[in-house]
Design a protein around this ligand. Structure first.
Ligand SMILES: Cc1cc2nc3c(=O)[nH]c(=O)nc-3n(C[C@H](O)[C@H](O)[C@H](O)COP(=O)(O)OP(=O)(O)OC[C@H]3O[C@@H](n4cnc5c(N)ncnc54)[C@H](O)[C@@H]3O)c2cc1C
Length: 588
C-alpha cells in the first residue's frame, strides 16, 4: 500500500499499558510461582514481535522472568513487512509488503521512537514531476485527479464542488469510528479476552456486520463519492469493492492522516521490538507441531525451513527439534502455517477464511507513465503519479479477483526516482509498484509505459501462476523474478504474490485471542482490521492477558450485554456479502 499523503490510507489508535503496568511502575512482588516462564511465539511479523516486546515489558514490571523464543520459518523478521533492494543495491530498499502506517498508529509510532528509528512522510521521495499527485482511473477515464497540494483550497473546492458534503460526512464518520476503535487500547476495554465482545461493546459490530456500500448508504454517503473515492481506497488497500468489504475496514481506509514509513523498511520496528525483548529468534525454522501435554505444557516441534536449505541438502531428512513451553502464542494465520495443532482443550479452532492473493510488481524504467494509456492527451504533463482504480459507473461490482474490473489492476504508484548505474553514463529511472489480482505481463507494461513494443522481460518468462506454496511460505528467498536488461525499457523487476489480507466480508464474531489453555492467537484481528498496527495491537493484547494470568488477575469485563453468538456469524467463505442482512442494530 502506498498512498498520497492526503488521501486513502490506513489509520488508527492509541497505545496504553493500562494502569497496572505503567512504565514507571516499580516491579511488583511476584504473586505467582517463581519459575521462569517459557514462552514460544510462532511468527516474527508485527503480531509476534509486538507480543514479545510487550510481554517483556509487562513481565519486567510484574517481576516475572520470561524466557521468550520466536520461531520464524522465513529468513527474515517482519513477515508481510519486508523490503527488497532495487538493482540489488543495499542502499535502495523498497517495501514489498506493508509500506505505510499513520499518525494514530500509536504502537508503531511509539516503538519507532523508542527504538530510535527514522520515520518520514510516506511519499517523501515521490518524484513530484507531474501536476497530478493522484488520480482515479475506471478503465476508461480518469474520474478524479488531485494536484500535489493535498490540502490546498483548490483541491478542497474541487472535492466539494464535485461531491457535495459527502467528503465532510465521511471525514466526520471516520473520526467517530476511529474514536471508538481507540478505546480498545485503554481500560476498561484493554486487555480484551474476546474480540467479538469488545467489538460489540464499542458499537463496532454494527459496522463490521454491514458491507461498506450498505454502511455508507445508511449514512447518506452515496455515489459518485463512495464509488469513485472510497472504493478506490478499499481497492488499493484491500483489493475489494464496496459491496463486499465490511464497513469498518472501509472506514479504516479513509483514515489517512500522517502517512509515514520507517527509513530502510518498516520491518526495522519488528526487528527492534524482538531485540529489545531479548528474545531468542530462530530464523529459517518452521514449527511443524504444537502438542498439548497432560501437565499443561506444550511440546513444539520445529525443523529447518526448506528455503534455508541449499539444493544439495534439499532432499535430506530434516532434523526435528522438540522443545517444551508453558505458553504458546500463535502469531500467524493458522491456515497458512502448516502446523499440526494438537490441543484438545481448544474451544473453537480459528476459522479458515479466504485471503486475497495479491500480485505485487516492483519495476524500474527510464519511462514515465504514458498519458495515452489513461486516455489523456498525448504528452500531457498531468498523468497522476499514483493511479488508483474504480469501476465504471455501469459495471456491476464483482468480488475477489474478478472485482478488479476493466482497469485490470488495483493501483500503480510511482514511488521515487532511482539511479541506474549499470548504464554509462548512469541514468535516472522511475521505480513503480503495481498491485494486481494476476501477474502483469510485458504487453501491459509496454502499454502503461507508452512503448511501441512490449519490454523484454527476464528469461525464462515469468509464470502466470505462482504456486500456492510460494505464496504460503511468504518467502522472498525465491523471488519470481530478478533483474531485467540493464539498458532496456524495464531494467529491474521483482514480483511477489502474497496472501496479503483476508477478504473482509461482513461478520459479527471473530477468532479470539485465547484459543485454549495458555494458547494465544493474534491473527483473528485480521478479519476485523488487517494492518501492521492491528496485528501489533493483538500482540500487545495477548501479552497483557498472559501477564495478567501469571499474576492471577482475571480480566475485567466492560460489557453489560452479550455479543452475537458465532451462530450469527455468516460463513465468510460462502456468504453473499451483498445480500447480508443487518444482524445487529446500528449503534452509530
Ligand atoms: C502487499 C501488502 C501491502 C500491505 N500494505 C500495508 C500497509 O501499507 N500498511 C499496513 O499497516 N498493513 C499493510 N499490509 C498488511 C500487513 O502487512 C499485515 O496486516 C501485517 O503485517 C500482518 O502481521 P502479522 O504479524 O499478523 O502476520 P505476518 O506478517 O504474516 O507474520 C507471520 C509470520 O509467521 C511466520 N510463520 C508462519 N507459519 C510459520 C511456522 N509454521 N513456523 C514459523 N513461522 C511461521 C511467517 O513466515 C511470517 O513471518 C500489507 C500487506 C501486504 C501483503
Amino acid at each position: 500500500m502506498f498512498l498520497g499523503k492526503s488521501l486513502l490510507v490506513l489509520g488508527l489508535l492509541q497505545a496504553s499499558f493500562g494502569h497496572a503496568y505503567q512504565d514507571n511502575d516499580e516491579p511488583q512482588t511476584v504473586l505467582s510461582d517463581q519459575a521462569v516462564k517459557r514462552v514460544a511465539i510462532i511468527g516474527a511479523g508485527a503480531g509476534g514481535a509486538s507480543a514479545a516486546y510487550h510481554l517483556d515489558k509487562y513481565a519486567q514490571v510484574a517481576g516475572i522472568k520470561a524466557n521468550i523464543t520466536v520461531f520464524e520459518r522465513s529468513s527474515h523478521v517482519g513477515g508481510r513487512s519486508t523490503t527488497v533492494n532495487v538493482f540489488d543495491d543495499l542502499s535502495e530498499p523498497v517495501e514489498l509488503g506493508a509500506s505505510i502506517f499513520v499518525k494514530v498508529n500509536k504502537i508503531l509510532v511509539t516503538a519507532a521512537e523508542e527504538l530510535g528509528l527514522t520515520v518520514s512522510s510516506a511519499d517523501l521521495h515521490r518524484p513530484k514531476e507531474s501536476s497530478s499527485q493522484l488520480g482515479v482511473w475506471d478503465g476508461e477515464r480518469i474520474v478524479f485527479s488531485q494536484d500535489d497540494n493535498g490540502y490546498s483550497w483548490w483541491n478542497i473546492a474541487k472535492l466539494l464542488w464535485k461531491y457535495g458534503w459527502a467528503p465532510i460526512r465521511t471525514q466526520n464518520l471516520m473520526q467517530e469510528i476511529v474514536g471508538k476503535f481507540l478505546k480498545m487500547y485503554d481500560e476498561p476495554y484493554f486487555p480484551w479476552q474476546s474480540l467479538s465482545q469488545v467489538s460489540y461493546d464499542l458499537g463496532l459490530t454494527a459496522v463490521t456486520s454491514e458491507t461498506g456500500a450498505q454502511f455508507l448508504e445508511s449514512k447518506n454517503i452515496l455515489p459518485p463519492f463512495s464509488t469513485e473515492i472510497i472504493q478506490a481506497s478499499t481497492r488499493v488497500n484491500y483489493a475489494q469493492n464496496l459491496p463486499f468489504i465490511h464497513g469498518l475496514e472501509t472506514m479504516v481506509c479513509m483514515a489517512t492522516d500522517g502517512a509515514m514509513a520507517v527509513q530502510g523498511g518498516n520491518w526495522r520496528i519488528f526487528d527492534g521490538m524482538i531485540k529489545a525483548a531479548h528474545a531468542q529468534v530462530k530464523l529459517d525454522t518452521k514449527v511443524t507441531d504444537v502438542i498439548y501435554q497432560h501437565d499443561g505444557t506444550y511440546v513444539i516441534s520445529s525443523a529447518s525451513s526448506p528455503s534455508s536449505l541449499s539444493k544439495d541438502f534439499a532432499t535430506e531428512p530434516e532434523d526435528t527439534i522438540n522443545e517444551t513451553f508453558d505458553t504458546v502464542i500463535l502469531a500467524t494465520p493458522l491456515q497458512f502455517s502448516n502446523i499440526n495443532l494438537d490441543a484438545p482443550l481448544i474451544e473453537k479452532r480459528p476459522d479458515k477464511i479466504p485471503y486475497v492473493t495479491l500480485h505485487v510488481t516492483l519495476l524500474s524504467s527510464p519511462h514515465r507513465l504514458s498519458a495515452e494509456a489513461f486516455n489523456l492527451p498525448a504528452g500531457s504533463s498531468s498523468v497522476p503519479e499514483i493511479i488508483l482504480t474504480t469501476l465504471p459507473k455501469e459495471t456491476k461490482p464483482e468480488e475477489r479477483a474478478a472485482g478488479v474490473g476493466p482497469a485490470g489492476f488495483f493501483s500503480i504508484s510511482t514511488l521515487r526516482s532511482v539511479r541506474n548505474h549499470a548504464v554509462d553514463p548512469p541514468r535516472k529511472e522511475y521505480l513503480y509498484k503495481i498491485f494486481s489480482p494476476h501477474p502483469v505481463n510485458a504487453t501491459f507494461l509496454g502499454h502503461i509505459l507508452g512503448l511501441s513494443e512490449p519490454p523484454v522481460l527476464p528469461d525464462p518468462p515469468v509464470s502466470q501462476d505462482v504456486s500456492e506454496d510460494e505464496v504460503q511460505e511468504g518467502s522472498t528467498a525465491k523471488p519470481a523474478v530478478t533483474a531485467a536488461q540493464p539498458s532496456g525499457d524495464v531494467t529491474w523487476i521483482y514480483r511477489k504474490a502474497w496472501h496479503s489480507y483476508p477478504y473482509l466480508y461482513p461478520r459479527v464474531t471473530f477468532d479470539e485471542p485465547l484459543l485454549g489453555n495458555s494458547l494465544y492467537y493474534t491473527s483473528g484481528i485480521e478479519s476485523f482490521i488487517s494492518t501492521m498496527e492491528t496485528s501489533a495491537l493483538a500482540g500487545m493484547n495477548v501479552a497483557r492477558l498472559l501477564a495478567d494470568s501469571w499474576l492471577g488477575k482475571t480480566p475485567s469485563s466492560s460489557s453489560s450485554s452479550s455479543p452475537p453468538s458465532s451462530a450469527d456469524h455468516k460463513d465468510a467463505v460462502t456468504q453473499d456479502a451483498a445480500s447480508s442482512k443487518k444482524t445487529v442494530a446500528a449503534e452509530l
